[in-house]
Design a protein around this ligand. Structure first.
Ligand code: PMV
Length: 320
């Protein structure tokens, strides 16, 4: 029987950047994210003794690049003695472009695969398996505002507020939809090895997390905006100072930042964040969403914008 699950990407406001343990994929710093609702990945899995090898299809094309990571993740879920699997993935937004497609993909994969293998696993166990494949994927098992903790022997993740508790809107400005030049995993290792700012970054993270958590619980938009932009720019400063430097931005990324600054000085409740890619995510109060989207649509170099509210964690869909 083919089993299907859906998960949405999440956007970190306080970033995960750096690994405490590369083998176990344990984060060096805690992070805090929001799970989106209108961007999604659907993954369906069928185990079959007839198959000679795992198969992966991504948006109707044979998805060679991701196959080894998918197979490894399936081993974690169903054991290395498992039958081979046919995995079909469908994603409604650009893949490997700094839009957290691996987070939604692995979150959906562990949910679909564990059901297909006949297991009933709790959400935290599923999050641990997804997080072993892609650190940020652990957060997509949960909805709303989610923390991934660094102070544990194992991946630990928890929801701090539901999506409904504070319905923010995220406008994504896509400035280049191609795959990123350096994977986030490789870039994190390079940052830890060569950036003179890395240890300061790690040292200050608990403070930023505490500030952001308070801001979420108090629904204090100004406070969340200030700490999120600071944390994002600090992460990119760590990357820029790495050797060789890691620069994910392009000129349109900077132009989008200027647009957000202008919107802020015009009194709109919006702030930006940027991940391992050139896209800018503008987080705003729902009232500001239309003006933010139209300003980013008009920004030179923006290919397209997407809008999303906050949503739920990964879940099973009706079996096919
Ligand atoms: O989970 P990974 O390996 O794709 O790393 C995610 C890194 C950032 O997106 C830049 C930050 C984050 O916390 O999501």
């Amino acid at each position: 029987m083919r089993t299907e699950a859906q998960a949405q990407p999440n956007i970190a406001l306080i970033k995960y950047w750096g690994k405490r343990d590369v083998e176990l994929n344990l984060p060096a710093v805690s992070s805090l994210s929001v799970t989106l609702d209108s961007l999604w990945t659907k993954m369906s899995v069928e185990f079959s003794a007839e198959l000679p090898a795992d198969e992966l299809v991504v948006n109707t094309a044979v998805g060679g690049d991701m196959l080894p990571r998918v197979s490894e993740c399936l081993d974690l879920v169903a054991g290395t003695e498992r039958p081979r699997a046919s995995v079909i993935s469908e994603c409604n937004f650009p893949i490997a472009a700094g839009l957290a497609s691996s987070a939604s993909a692995f979150a959906a994969l562990v949910v679909a695969a564990s059901r297909a293998a006949g297991f009933e696993k709790d959400r935290l166990s599923l999050a641990r398996m997804a997080g072993a494949a892609s650190g940020s994927a652990a957060r997509s098992l949960f909805g709303g505002f989610v923390e991934l903790l660094a102070n544990e022997e194992k991946i630990d993740v928890r929801s701090i507020a539901d999506a409904e508790a504070w319905p923010l809107t995220v406008v994504i400005a896509v400035t280049a939809a191609g795959a990123k030049p350096v994977s986030s995993g490789e870039a994190m290792i390079r940052s830890a090895e060569s950036s003179p700012f890395y240890s300061r970054w790690v040292g200050q993270q608990a403070m930023d997390i505490a500030t952001a958590r308070d801001a979420v619980l108090d629904k204090d938009f100004g406070k969340l905006a200030a700490v999120s932009e600071h944390n994002c720019l600090k992460m990119h400063s760590v990357m820029w100072a790495s050797r060789p430097p890691i620069v994910y931005w392009n000129s349109a990324t900077l132009a989008c930042m200027e647009v957000v600054r202008q919107l802020q000085s015009d009194g709109h409740a919006v702030f930006f964040t940027i991940d391992a890619g050139p896209q800018l995510k503008a987080v705003c109060l729902p009232d500001a969403a239309d003006v933010v989207r139209s300003a980013l649509d008009d920004c030179s170099g923006v290919e397209r914008t997407m809008v999303s509210g906050l949503g739920a964690g990964a879940r099973l869909l009706e079996s096919k």
